[in-house]
Design a binder for this molecule. Structure first.
Ligand code: ATP
Length: 410
């Protein structure tokens, strides 16, 4: 900050009364000159102060304008690549990856660091640095230190539960077993099957059982909601897992980032490709015997880019099918455990009536049956509530819910 200039001293001159007229005149002239000099100095200082005030006023105006722009216009998200001298930085725009040399508003120049996510205006000038809350990282991942799903809540897929336990739980709990035998455990496990069959539940249950942190990222969100940030978020996902070992990374709807390459070369496709390449490179550099396990899920197995299924990547495929008669019966029993149900319910009969239902649809059926009891002012749910619920669901959804179960998954 500039110091204010010192105020000149007021000139003072004693005039001896014994002086001759000429001498007094000379002394007064001298005093007058001193006063004029001081006046000139003060006037110069006043000019400088006014100039400074003008500069400050301009600065205030520019900050106000900046503020207005910030409030009124859309800003673009970029990442700071490099911070140079004189408030200049190189930013990389999300979406098209274009690098731009730009300047930072002096107001925030000191808080900008390389790697920060920032908002830039139309002329690429950095307006604000995004904090952790606005950071997509927090929004894009679901993290559960202690997910609360146990194996006995999963019905009808015992074989798959067993396979997942061998491929995921054992390498975490008993890595020495694999070392002794001299084999690498599977790098990644891919669960594939129709929607609502328990794939997410299965991944959560292993995390619960092994006391691992469960970190979920949805492939579809990466490409729809966080456009341009996919590869960075994938990097963050693995970094987050390393920070929280033991951890289970669960990538849901992996098909969204790992579909077979299309002919079109739109920027969106290139972005999806980059996200997938990042995922592959994270997996390739991974220690399979380590404390991080990777599970992915898809209900569009046919569309997957085979590159992700190579050894060292998702090399253990587990199909999670729609439940069969026995499976549906088990799932019905699981989802009515907490309900007040009548002894006369014939679960085997209901299972036969619900062919083609997924686990998620059976869960909705149980809730719907409960609703029939509530409507009838009863606290106990009866067999006919279930049959009424089946009828209602099939009437309501004959065109979508039930048939969609097998729609994407062939
Ligand atoms: N096998 C099952 N046993 C018990 N409940 C199940 C089963 N499958 C699904 N459910 C119920 O359906 C809900 C949704 O299941 P989940 O999210 O695990 O399915 P998903 O296979 O991951 O589906 P999507 O492919 O749509 O992501 C679960 O919370 C659970 O209540």
């Amino acid at each position: 900050m500039s110091r204010s200039p010192s105020v000149p001293e007021r000139p003072h001159r004693e005039i001896d009364p014994d002086l001759s007229d000429d001498e007094r005149l000379e002394a007064l002239r001298g005093h007058f000159e001193d006063l004029t000099e001081v006046r000139d100095q003060l006037s110069e200082q006043l000019d400088a102060a006014e100039e400074r005030r003008e500069q400050l006023r301009e600065k205030v105006n520019s900050v106000e304008r900046e503020n207005e722009t910030l409030k009124s216009s859309s800003l673009y998200i970029s990442t700071v690549e490099d911070v140079l001298e004189d408030d200049e930085v190189v930013v990389k725009q999300h979406g098209n990856n274009q690098e731009v040399l730009t300047d930072v508003s002096p107001r925030i120049a000191e808080s900008v660091e390389s790697g920060d996510r920032v908002a830039v205006n139309d002329s690429f000038s950095i307006q604000t640095v995004l904090d952790a809350e606005t950071d997509a990282r927090a929004q894009a991942m679901e993290i559960a230190e202690k997910p609360d799903v146990s194996y006995d809540e999963i019905g009808g897929i015992d074989e798959q539960v067993q396979e997942v336990r061998e491929a995921v739980e054992q390498p975490l709990d008993e890595p020495e077993l694999f070392e002794d035998v001299g084999i690498e455990p599977p790098s990644g496990v891919l669960l594939h099957g129709p929607p609502g069959t328990g794939k997410t539940m299965l991944a959560k249950a292993v995390a619960t059982e092994t006391d691992a942190t469960f970190i979920k990222m949805a492939g579809s969100e990466l490409v729809r909601k966080f456009i341009g940030e996919g590869s960075r978020l994938v990097r963050d996902l693995f970094e987050m897992a390393r920070e929280r070992e033991p951890a289970i990374i669960f990538i849901d709807e992996i098909d969204a980032i790992a579909t077979t390459r299309t002919e079109s070369k739109t920027s969106g496709d290139a972005e999806v490709q980059r996200t997938m390449m990042q995922l592959l490179s994270e997996m390739d550099g991974f220690e399979a015997r380590g404390d991080i396990r990777i599970i992915a899920a898809t209900n569009r197995f046919d569309m997957l880019d085979r590159a992700i299924l190579r050894p060292g990547r998702f090399d253990r495929l587990i199909e999670v099918p729609e439940p069969n008669q026995e499976g549906r019966e088990q799932i019905l029993e699981i989802h009515t455990r907490e309900m007040a149900v009548d002894d006369g319910i014939d679960f085997a009969d209901l299972a036969a009536e619900t062919e083609g239902y997924s686990g998620a649809e059976i869960e909705s059926l149980a809730t719907e049956a409960g609703m029939f009891a509530v409507r009838d002012d009863r606290t106990e749910v009866r067999h006919e509530d279930f049959t009424n619920a089946i009828e209602k669901i099939e009437d309501d959804d004959s065109s979508d819910v039930i048939s969609s179960a097998g729609y994407f998954y062939q």
